[in-house]
Design a protein around this ligand. Sequence first.
Ligand code: ADP
Length: 165
Amino acid sequence: MTPDRGVAVCPGSYDPITNGHLDIIRRAAALYDEVVIAVVNLPVRKGKTLFSAEERVGFIKSATANLDNVRIEPFDILVVDFARRVGARAIVKGLRAISDFEYEFEMNQLNRHQAPDVESVYLMASEQYSFLSSSGVKELATFGGSIEDYVPDDVARRLKEELGR
Ligand code: ADP
């Protein structure tokens, strides 16, 4: 009998998706029956996004087309409420540096208080992506740095159109 491994949610602003996000998504897809990538539609943490929710969702769709247990949904409610709505038992997040840990530690306490039934699970960033962030890639693109190793091709092209000088 195959064990029921349930649904997991991978939330984020994904502005835009990077190879570091994709690494976490692939690893989550190997652990759970279904992974729902929840794309923040009203970012409170980081202000306005560079790409619209539609475009961010589109980038993720093409980058995950080969993963048949992954789907993408924009959301604008509490992550734990979204997790309950899609029947998820876990919120899966990637952890890079100590700075991620501090933020996630705080969010974990708040989320646990809101919804003790939804567990948060943390996957350590793979070594080659542990320095990689969407904001870092945007900064590189602004100053004409090479971004091809960090994001899918269509994302690199759009970043250069939006930010290249
Ligand atoms: P960012 O911090 O890059 O703007 P998001 O807000 O979209 O990313 O974060 C979504 C999730 O992906 C978070 O759990 C974040 O820690 C994780 N994440 C982002 N970049 C990486 C990476 N390079 N390696 C592992 N996890 C990552």
